[in-house]
Design a protein around this ligand. Structure first.
Ligand code: 4AD
Ligand code: MG
Length: 430
C-alpha cells in the first residue's frame, strides 16, 4: 500500500488506511480515548472506543505515552471543525516503540532546559511552525531571484580574505597555507560572480565569532546576498524592498495555519508590505537627538537607537549613507560628502537591522587606500582589486539575514528558535 501522510488524509475520506506517526498527546475517559497523531506534516485526532475496535486495541491505547511511535489502521471520517477536515476512527494499533518519560511536557520549561534538548524540542507545535515558515521563506527567496533571471552562484565557506572585519573571524589551520577563515559573507566572491553573470545571488551559512549574547546574534547564520551590475544605491534599496514584500506575501499566502499557531496576525504582517520609509543617517541622528538620545554624530547606531528610531513607523525603514568609519572597507564614498558612504541598513520597527547593503567602491585607488586605512593588507585582496582593473563597473548588493527575517515574520522574540540547531557563544550542542 502507498504511504499516506496526514497532510493528504482528506484524499482518503471514508476509506480505511494504515498510518504511521507519533503520539503527540492523549486524553480520555473510561469509554473513549483521543490520540493526537502527528507525522510531521500535520496533527490529526484519532478516536478509540471498544465498539469501533476491540479490547486489545483499547488496552494498547491505554499504554501509549507522549512521543511513542505507532502504526494504526483507521477509518477516515469527515470532521469539518478540525484543521485537516478529518478525524480517524481507530480500529487497530501496532506499537513501534513506547517512549518512556519524554522530557518536554506541557509544563513550562526554561530556555536552557529546552536548548539542551533542541533535538527533541523541535517536535513541539511552535517549533514545527517556525521551521515550516523558515522553509517557505527560503523557497520565496529562491523563487524571487529566479523569476527575475538571477544566477545562483555559491561562494566559498573556507576563505583566505577577511570579508567584513577582523574581530569576529573564526579561523582554522589550512595545510601549509597558514590560516583559513570561515566566511563572514559571500560578498567579495559574489562581486566577482556579478562581473561574470550580471545579476547574481548566493545563499549559505556565514560565521561570526560574535561575543554578544543578544537575541539577534548567532555565530552561524544563513544569509542571502544579491549583487547587481550597474545598480546604484537607490536601485539597491528598491530591489530589497520588492524582495522583502514578496517574501512576506508568500508567507501570508502559504503559512496561514503556522501563523495562527504562532499567534501572528496577518494584519501585522501587512504592515511590511506598505511602501518602506527612507531616512538618511544624518536625519536619523537629528531625529534621535530630538527624542533625547545622546548618540554622537559619526558613530554607529546602537540597538537602542534603532528601536527608538523605528518607534514612529509601522513599516520597515531604510537608514542610508552612514559614516565611513562605522561601515566596511568596500563601500563607495558618497560623492557629496567624503565622510559618508553609499549604503543602507533596513530596520524593522521594534526589532532593528535585517538587511545590510551598499554600493561598492569601484575606483581602484580609493579601494586600495580603504583597505590600507582599515589596517588590512592589499596583497591578500589582489584578486578582489582585479575587479577594479579589468572593466570596473558601478555595482551594488546586500545581505539579508535569514534568521532575523524568520524572527520578524513569525514574531518569535529570540533568534535561537529560528534555526534548527542554533550556534551561539554559549551553545554548540546538540
Ligand atoms: O550587515 P552585514 O554585516 O552585511 C554583510 O555581511 C554584507 N557583506 C552583505 C552584502 O552587502 N552582501 O550582515 C548582513 C545581515 C545583517 O543585516 C543581519 O540580518 C545578518 O546579516 N547578520 C546576522 N544575523 C545573525 N547573527 C549575526 N551575528 C549576524 N550578523 C549579521
Ligand atoms: Mg550590518
Amino acid at each position: 500500500m502507498a504511504k499516506i501522510w496526514l497532510r493528504d488524509i482528506k484524499d482518503h475520506l471514508n476509506q480505511e488506511v494504515w498510518l504511521k506517526g507519533w503520539v503527540f498527546n492523549k486524553r480520555g475517559s473510561k469509554k473513549i480515548q483521543f490520540i493526537e497523531l502527528r507525522d510531521g506534516t500535520m496533527v490529526v485526532q484519532g478516536i478509540v472506543t471498544i465498539n469501533d475496535s476491540n479490547q486489545e486495541t483499547w488496552d494498547v491505547c491505554s499504554e501509549l505515552t507522549q512521543e511513542s511511535s505507532i502504526e494504526i489502521r483507521a477509518q477516515v471520517v469527515e470532521h469539518p471543525k478540525s484543521v485537516s477536515g478529518c478525524e480517524l476512527i481507530i480500529k487497530e494499533i501496532k506499537v513501534i516503540q513506547i517512549a518512556v518519560d519524554f522530557p518536554i511536557t506541557k509544563k513550562e520549561h526554561g530556555p536552557d532546559f529546552l536548548l539542551k534538548r533542541r533535538h527533541l524540542w523541535l517536535r513541539s507545535r511552535l517549533q514545527r511552525s517556525i521551521m515550516h515558515v523558515r522553509s517557505q521563506i527560503i523557497k520565496a527567496l529562491h523563487n524571487f531571484f529566479h523569476e527575475k533571471n538571477y544566477t545562483h552562484m555559491d561562494s566559498p565557506i573556507l576563505t583566505g580574505t577577511i570579508g567584513e572585519e577582523g574581530s569576529t573571524l573564526f579561523s582554522t589551520e589550512y595545510f601549509d597555507k597558514g590560516n583559513a577563515y570561515l566566511a563572514q559573507t559571500g560578498q567579495l566572491y559574489l562581486e566577482a560572480s556579478c562581473a561574470a553573470l550580471g545579476k547574481v545571488y548566493c545563499f549559505g551559512p556565514t560565521f561570526r565569532a560574535e561575543k554578544s549574547k543578544t537575541r539577534r546574534h548567532l555565530t552561524e547564520f544563513w544569509m542571502l546576498e544579491a549583487e547587481v551590475a550597474f545598480n546604484n544605491n537607490e536601485d539597491n534599496m528598491d530591489l530589497q524592498e520588492e524582495m522583502f514584500k514578496y517574501v512576506v506575501q508568500h508567507v501570508i499566502d502559504t503559512c496561514p495555519l503556522q501563523l495562527k499557531s504562532l499567534g501572528r496576525k496577518v494584519e501585522d504582517l501587512q504592515k511590511f508590505i506598505q511602501p518602506f520609509a527612507k531616512l538618511s543617517y544624518d536625519d536619523a541622528v537629528d531625529r534621535l537627538h530630538e527624542k533625547g538620545s545622546k548618540i554622537v554624530r559619526g558613530k554607529d547606531l546602537g540597538a537602542e537607537d534603532e528601536v527608538m528610531l523605528t518607534q514612529d513607523y509601522e513599516m520597515p525603514v531604510f537608514i542610508y549613507n552612514y559614516p565611513k568609519s562605522c561601515k566596511a572597507f568596500y563601500m563607495k564614498k558618497d560623492p557629496n560628502n567624503s565622510e559618508r558612504v553609499l549604503c543602507s541598513d533596513l530596520l524593522v520597527p521594534g526589532y532593528g537591522e535585517v538587511i545590510g547593503a551598499s554600493q561598492r567602491e569601484d575606483d581602484l585607488e580609493t579601494l586600495t587606500q580603504n583597505i590600507i586605512d582599515f589596517g588590512l593588507n592589499p596583497e591578500s585582496f589582489d584578486w578582489y582589486l582585479d575587479l577594479r582593473k579589468y572593466g570596473t563597473f558601478e555595482h551594488s548588493g546586500f545581505g539579508i539575514g535569514l534568521e532575523r527575517t524568520v524572527s520578524v515574520i513569525t514574531g518569535v522574540k529570540h533568534i535561537r528558535e529560528t534555526i534548527p540547531f542554533p550556534r551561539m557563544m554559549t551553545h554548540i550542542e546538540p
